[in-house]
Design a protein around this ligand. Structure first.
Ligand SMILES: O=P(O)(O)OC[C@@H](O)[C@@H](O)c1c[nH]c2ccccc12
Length: 380
């Protein structure tokens, strides 16, 4: 039920001043992609509209509409957490807010992203970017994530494996009670995994950056993917400081310019980026972004949890598959892979790598799980 949460008369000059503050705050908020979103819609591109906002001419509603337009024009369904709560409604000289209008996450992915926004803001306070950059001077150099996948594919003739260190997920609950991340990582490496993916989200996946660091420090040689919900660049530096060699960027969460900018940062840091898509529209957006070398097709819809490995095939058909081959992009089939038949199916569709969590992590020996998954021994 919708309820009235505030109802206040405001002289219009006060409203104007407040609106421009909100606008500026959104434009300068370093923790969000708002500047990029604004840029894409031309808000920061033309100084005219910026200055009119500074003069208090843009209404808060207009700003929200601009941002929504950019996000909607790219088909991004995941909204960022509203800074100011639900939007304001104006009736004559009055403004009021309606509860649950735009301030409640619509699905699990949106909930995760909104939580991440708060979490990152807190983490950043403890470890500002300059201290992270300093820490990077003493971290061992990154390993070649894409190279490891390509050489495993060449060596075995099967897709290179990214084996996931995953304790739980919102859709499947706890996957393994006796969860020893380092032992699992070592078993994966022994079993022939080319790379590892380590979930670092604590609240929804029961992972951690400590796990990532412990695996790196235990001497595991496989390159490591930091499996995190990245919403801003600070997280990339943090992941690198904990030993990550690659990060995940989710196309349904990030606008094109954010993806482009984050890929550049990763290149500077010597890291790879796995850009994840789930439908044709996201695939087309990502194929148009310069510098993309590794694309993951997630068979799981992160909004509904539905899994369909046919998605991988669908997105690699026709011209898209052709373009991917021309650009020599490596494609990873992700989620819902359990049997040698599943692996053959996605390989036939065109993937040269796979990302597998559940079916391996549940085995008493996750390393032997790899042989069962591929139908033969791929170690050594
Ligand atoms: O456990 P599965 O079904 O094998 O899936 C692994 C991996 O693809 C999945 O964990 C995943 C893919 N993309 C993500 C994004 C966030 C969190 C998790 C994921």
């Amino acid at each position: 039920m919708e309820g009235l949460v505030s109802f206040q008369p405001f002289p219009s000059s006060v409203i104007q001043r407040r609106l421009s503050t909100v606008y500026l705050h959104r434009l300068t908020r370093s923790s969000s992609c708002a500047p990029l979103r604004a840029q894409q819609s031309g808000i920061t591109g033309g100084s005219e509209s910026v200055s009119s906002a500074l003069e208090g001419k843009a209404s808060e509603q207009e700003v929200v509409i601009y941002q929504d337009e950019v996000v909607a024009s790219q088909g991004i369904r995941i909204r960022r957490r509203p800074l100011t709560g639900p939007p304001l409604h104006y009736v004559g000289p009055f403004e009021f807010r309606l509860q649950n209008e735009g301030n409640t996450p619509r699905n699990i992915l949106e909930e995760i992203v909104w939580h991440k926004d708060k979490e990152v803001a807190q983490m950043k306070e403890k470890r500002p970017l300059y201290t992270l950059k300093k820490a990077l001077e003493t971290v061992p150099p990154p390993r070649d994530f894409i190279g490891a996948l390509r050489s495993a594919h060449q060596r075995t003739g099967l897709p290179g494996l990214i084996a996931e260190v995953k304790k739980a997920s919102p859709s499947r609950g706890i996957l393994r009670e006796d969860f020893d991340p380092v032992a699992i990582a070592q078993a994966y490496e022994k079993g022939g995994a080319a790379c590892l993916s380590v979930l670092t989200d604590e609240k929804y996946f029961k992972g951690s950056f400590e796990n990532l660091q412990a695996i790196r420090e235990a001497g595991v040689k496989c390159p490591l993917l930091c499996k995190e919900f990245i919403i801003e660049a600070w997280q990339i530096y943090y992941g690198r400081s904990k030993g990550a060699d690659a990060i995940l960027l989710i196309a349904s969460v990030l606008p094109d310019l954010d993806i482009k900018y984050m890929i550049k940062i990763c290149k500077i840091l010597g890291m790879a980026t796995l850009v994840e898509v789930h439908d044709e529209r996201e695939m087309d957006r990502v194929l148009a972004i310069e510098g993309v070398e590794l694309i993951g097709i997630n068979n799981r819809n992160l909004e509904t949890f539905e899994v369909d490995i046919g998605i991988t095939k669908r997105l690699l058909e026709g011209e898209r598959g052709e373009l991917i081959r021309q650009k020599d992009i490596l494609v990873v089939g992700e989620s819902g892979l359990f049997t040698p038949e599943d692996i053959a199916f996605v390989q036939e569709a065109g993937v040269k790598a796979v990302l597998v969590g559940e079916s391996l992590v549940k085995q008493s020996d996750p390393g032997q799980g790899i042989s069962a998954l591929f139908g033969r021994d791929v170690s050594g």
